[in-house]
Write a new protein. Structure first.
Length: 336
């Protein structure tokens, strides 16, 4: 620890000298800067590269609480140890709650070296964790970036195969496969571009997903409005991806079938939190609706069949649907 630098706030030359002598085995005296008032303390704090602050509890016109506020403002990561006479348990607890690392009584000054070592060890552990977290985030970003690139390659190949066939049915299958891949790729993109690398902002994701679907299926000239509304919800990747696939398939199904014989319409996607920690996903259109005897398993539409599988197997959700002035499907689920 001989290379550490300490800022010592103390107005008693005698007490300051006692601290220097006590710490002579771990830090040389020239690496301890002594401040005896607020002006000197702030000046040293702004200009020095310190590893630790020692502070008397009470000085004329200045105290450890004010010093701690300055330390948190300019060097929030710096350990702050109060070295003082008897201050009482209540005051000691108060300064610790405000962010001090430790406190040592002057009549037990022999404990100071151990308190310093413990405080610096905590800093090293925190820094190691921070560095490990930064390295993990870098690896995650690289993984997301590679995943996005791989998905884009797959989408390009499927588009190529779709363009090479004259079979409209096959073209539709290739097109839908690309749309599903794009919905998954968008999850990775949202994570790659966000500060939170583990959870997806579902409001932003659903808005971007619907815009992507609108562009891909070319509905700009059809006067079909598509909108998303979401509570402030952040979900892990393993939940966000099946939700994206479900929304993709339901919206595409509405685009294709809900507005036959009509020149305009609307599709809404809603995601909300429910009581008990659950969530509700709804996709609603104001189209022609479905027959009274409609059921998803027997409808023969692959997209709707996959919705049932994803909702049940991936989300553990319960599906309900109704038709009147349009078609509404609701999925209640818990997070994974």
């Amino acid at each position: 620890m001989n290379d550490i630098r300490i800022l010592h706030l103390e107005d008693s030359p005698r007490d300051a000298e006692l601290v220097r002598e006590l710490l002579s085995g771990i830090v040389s005296s020239e690496r301890i800067d002594l401040a005896s008032n607020e002006q000197e303390f702030v000046s040293f704090l702004k200009g020095g590269d310190y590893n630790l602050i020692l502070a008397d509890y009470q000085l004329p016109g200045f105290d450890a609480h004010a010093a701690l506020r300055f330390a948190k403002k300019f060097r929030p990561d710096l350990p702050f140890i109060v070295v003082s006479g008897a201050i009482g348990e209540e005051k000691a607890v108060e300064i610790l709650i405000q962010g001090a690392t430790d406190y040592v009584l002057k009549d037990r000054l022999c404990k100071l070296p151990l308190a310093i070592e413990r405080a610096l060890d905590e800093v090293r552990v925190h820094e190691a964790r921070r560095q490990a977290e930064a390295e993990k985030n870098t690896l995650l970003r690289e993984l997301y970036h590679r995943t996005i690139n791989n998905m884009q390659l797959i989408s390009s190949l499927l588009n190529l195969y779709g363009n090479e066939t004259d079979d409209k049915y096959l073209k539709g299958i290739f097109r839908d496969m690309v749309s599903r891949i794009n919905s998954m790729s968008l999850v990775q993109k949202e994570l790659y571009e966000s500060k939170n690398l583990t959870k997806v902002d579902m409001g932003a994701y659903l808005t971007d997903l619907l815009e992507q679907i609108s562009l891909y299926y070319g509905i700009a000239g059809r006067r079909i409005s598509i909108s998303a509304r979401s509570d402030e919800i952040f979900l892990r990747v393993e939940t966000a991806i099946p939700i994206g696939l479900i929304v993709n398939d339901l919206v595409v199904n509405s685009i294709r079938h809900a507005f036959e014989g009509r020149t305009e319409g609307s599709i809404r996607v809603e995601l909300s939190a429910t009581e008990g920690g659950g969530f509700r996903l709804s996709v609603i259109d104001d189209g022609i609706g479905v027959p009274a005897d409609f059921s998803i398993p027997s409808c023969g539409r692959m997209g709707l069949t996959s919705v049932t599988t994803l909702a049940r197997d991936q989300l553990g959700g319960v599906i309900e649907y109704s038709s009147g002035d349009g078609f509404r499907i609701t999925i209640d689920f818990k997070t994974l």
